[in-house]
Design a protein around this ligand. Structure first.
Ligand SMILES: NC(=O)c1ccc[n+]([C@@H]2O[C@H](COP(=O)([O-])OP(=O)(O)OC[C@H]3O[C@@H](n4cnc5c(N)ncnc54)[C@H](O)[C@@H]3O)[C@@H](O)[C@H]2O)c1
Length: 335
């Protein structure tokens, strides 16, 4: 049995807390929002973010960040990526030397182009950061539906420690040293999911969706490999696996926001209607900047930015994507 602090009480933090309690661990969930903690204490259910998932009676809830971080075998950082830096900075003084932290959010910081694990390392230099991601919607993990993810770490022993903590008969975990590839795939798939949602919103079919998924993955892996990620990571759980689930699932808020834009709503209107943080919108600019920095062609990412920030219509973007220069699918096969 391990003592675990889950930092962040949104859908994902709550689903993972439920899973970890089922695995026999002692779990304390922290949120910055007082009313959220009061609601969780009173109902043992997050009625807004994960309705229908009854949380264990002995799960602890707190707004005391020091208490949530102290004397823990593992801290799971589960706030949305736009709050990763501020939350990590607030945790710093309560985190012991060598503390294992598992980052489970998805994003790239627009200003610095840093991955979330890098941000946590910068804000809490005494910690040892690991990453957990893969095709995993909270709504399904919270119902015990079979799910497989990957955990990344610099040291194999740390990855295996986290793997053992999360693994169960409904949640299988693989290990990998490729944190960069994992985090890049996890963050950038949200941008492609916006495009996939737009295609759905415009009434297109399975052909279009499959094309966006495969060409989207081609872009993500081109960038990821240029940045130093391993090619195989992009055909794995945190690459194509996560991209498929995000582009196809009714649970995906990025796909839903895209769907609304495909139906003619503006980005702002779509985000208001989805009511949750749409991380693909924050990540889109970062992805475009990374593409420029590493001199990698990312046409879908470019068009999503045009739609989000330059008022281009999804239909116009689609035509421009279809009418790009004619190319071979895999260039170096001809050489
Ligand atoms: N929901 C999923 O299925 C899922 C699955 C895998 C990964 N993720 C990733 O996990 C992260 C969290 O996702 P989520 O679905 O839980 O998001 P969410 O929108 O449900 O999270 C909202 C929660 O964030 C916390 N929060 C709000 N404002 C805050 C602030 N200013 N500072 C700190 N915390 C604040 C609160 O606990 C709030 O309930 C995201 O990066 C997401 O991509 C989500």
């Amino acid at each position: 049995m391990a003592k675990i602090g889950v930092i962040g009480a949104g859908s994902w933090g709550i689903a993972l807390a439920w899973l970890l309690m089922n695995n026999g661990h002692e779990v304390t969930v922290w949120s910055v929002i007082e009313s959220e903690i009061e609601m969780l204490k009173a109902n043992h259910e997050h009625k807004d973010k994960l309705p229908g998932v009854k949380l264990q009676d002995d799960m602890q809830f707190t707004t005391d960040l020091e208490g949530a971080c102290k004397d823990k075998d593992l801290l799971v950082l589960a706030v949305p990526s736009i709050y990763t830096r501020s939350t990590a900075a607030s945790m710093k003084n309560f985190v012991k030397e060598g503390q294992l932290i598992t980052s489970v959010a998805k994003g790239i910081e627009e200003k610095t182009l840093m991955r979330l694990s890098e941000i946590i390392e910068q804000e809490i230099p005494q910690s040892v950061v690991t990453v957990l991601c893969g095709p995993s919607h909270a709504e399904e993990v919270g119902r015990g539906l079979p799910t497989i993810c990957a955990v990344g770490a610099k040291k194999k022993a740390d990855a295996e420690f986290v793997q053992n903590i999360f693994s169960s008969k409904v949640f299988r975990v693989y290990t990998t040293p490729d944190m960069l590839g994992m985090e890049l795939g996890a963050a950038l798939k949200n941008v492609v999911a916006l495009a996939a949602g737009m295609a759905d919103g415009m009434g297109f079919g399975d052909n279009t969706k499959a094309a966006l998924i495969t060409r989207g993955m081609a872009e993500i892996s081109r960038l990821g490999i240029a940045m130093g990620g391993h090619a195989a990571t992009f055909s794995g759980l945190t690459g194509i696996g996560d991209l498929i689930v995000t582009c196809a699932s009714r649970h995906s808020r990025n796909r839903m926001a895209g769907f609304l834009m495909g139906q003619g709503k503006s980005a702002d209107e779509a985000m208001t209607e989805v009511k949750m943080v749409v991380e693909g919108v924050y990540c889109a600019k970062a992805a475009e900047k990374l593409a420029e920095k590493y001199n990698v062609e990312m046409p879908i990412v470019k068009e999503v930015n045009e739609i989000l920030f330059n008022n281009k219509s999804p239909r116009e973007s689609l035509t421009d994507l279809m009418m790009r220069d004619r190319k071979s699918e895999i260039g170096d096969l001809w050489t």
